[in-house]
Design a protein around this ligand. Structure first.
Ligand code: ADP
Ligand code: MG
Length: 386
């Protein structure tokens, strides 16, 4: 059912499930972060892009306040809820994402009627490609339109964040939904996390004879939550000792002085964030001037910084990166929060197969779970399909 722009299949399935045709079909993509990791909550820079894997929702408003939800993914079956009873923490499984954005809209005074919704997504779950934000962004785009709320992209970004932070209870920032809502075909989204300023930066890898491979290690380390919290705490401590609002306000030229006042661990955490912000700025400049083939060294440096200074890599991610580089990729790094998830490898078209087989072989040799390897291209942000 997925992978085409034909909406007849999802509309038909909607009608079979709920008895009537949907009011419309909307879609929103997952995202991959090209560079800029753990810089978002330091009010810094990120450079993600919307990918060609999307969550689609067919939706029909009801004349009561009931909500009925079904995903083609299966598992949970039909979920029913009432918009009158939504409270932070309520709902289970994936229903928290659509219910969360409905709740956030209600909280800001938008009158949200009940609705029936069918979800069909081909964004892989839990691979660090933000399958959850793809759902939220598809639903909030649909609700924004059918309720006539007319909110702009920046407001939708913030409402989606409130849904995640307050309703779902996940302490996430604004990167994922900014990419999903504001992305564009052939472009990466250069986002300033301090003021939500966005510049679309050309990133047409294909035209440069390159592909971006995603290597999903299938590792989900149990200490990811604790690791994230402790990294955030180190960054806050660093900013406090250095007397700045956020690490965004520290430049590479300040690091020598910082070394004199920070303890060893905090210095390394701070150094990652400061140099990573600088790498994002360099990447934006290089992409504009010379194109995708010029940023390989920045991806490599980003990975080394996360492995050695921020200490959020793991053996599977390091092996994916090293093997890709040894087999023709021009730059590679882990992407996402760390401790597992996916790596990306910018690879000349002619080397793609070699990199794939080499990574699969090296994982087998190391006794790791077989990784999932696929390509992603920068695609359109959230939109209405029908
Ligand atoms: P990520 O966003 O990185 O993929 P998360 O843990 O934030 O990982 O979100 C994954 C969750 O999103 C799943 O546990 C599930 O609840 C929900 N989800 C994603 N895609 C679907 C789908 N097609 N059908 C139902 N639930 C989905
Ligand atoms: Mg998520």
């Amino acid at each position: 059912m997925t992978g085409t722009t034909d909406t007849s299949a999802i509309s038909l399935r909607f009608k079979e499930t709920f008895g009537q045709a949907p009011d419309g079909v909307w879609q929103a993509p997952g995202r991959v972060n090209l560079i800029g990791e753990h810089t978002d909550y330091n009010e810094g820079f990120v450079l993600p892009f919307a990918i060609d894997r999307t969550a689609r929702v067919a939706l029909r408003l009801r004349d009561d306040s009931r909500v009925r939800l079904l995903s083609t993914f299966g598992g949970q079956g039909l979920v029913e809820a009432s918009l009158d009873d939504l409270r932070p923490g309520s709902g289970q499984g994936w229903s928290r994402y659509p219910l969360g954005v409905a709740w956030a809209l209600q909280e800001r005074g938008v009158v949200v009627p009940g609705f029936d919704l069918l979800l069909d997504s081909d964004v892989p779950l839990g691979a660090g490609l933000s399958s959850s934000h793809a759902i939220e962004c598809a639903v909030i785009t649909a609700l924004n339109e059918v309720t006539g709320a007319g909110l702009g992209a920046e407001e939708l970004v913030l409402e989606t964040q409130r849904a995640e932070n307050l309703f779902v209870g996940a302490p996430t920032g604004i990167m994922d939904q900014s990419a999903s809502l504001r992305g564009a075909k052939g472009h990466a989204v250069f986002l300033d996390c301090r003021d939500q300023h966005v510049d679309l930066v050309p990133f047409d890898a294909e035209a440069s004879g390159l592909v971006l491979l995603v290597i999903d290690t299938k590792v989900s380390h149990s200490h990811a939550d604790g690791g994230y919290a402790s990294r955030r705490a180190s960054c806050e401590l660093g900013a406090q000792v250095l007397g700045v609002r956020a690490l965004r306000d520290v430049g590479v030229e300040d690091l020598e002085e910082a070394a004199g006042v920070l303890d060893g661990t905090t210095l390394r955490r701070v150094r990652h964030v400061v140099t990573e912000n600088d790498r994002v700025l360099q990447a934006v400049e290089l992409l504009g001037a010379q194109g995708p083939g010029s940023i390989g060294h920045l991806l490599d440096a980003s990975h080394a910084s996360m492995r050695d200074d921020f200490e959020i890599s793991c053996p599977e991610l390091d092996l994916a990166v090293e093997t890709s580089r040894a087999n023709g990729s021009i730059g590679a790094r882990m992407t996402g929060g760390g401790f597992g998830g996916s790596a990306i490898a910018l690879t000349p078209v002619g080397h793609e197969q070699q990199v794939r087989s080499a990574v699969v072989r090296s994982f087998a040799r190391a006794g790791f779970t077989e990784p999932d390897i696929f390509t992603v291209t920068p695609a359109a942000g959230a939109l209405r399909l029908a």
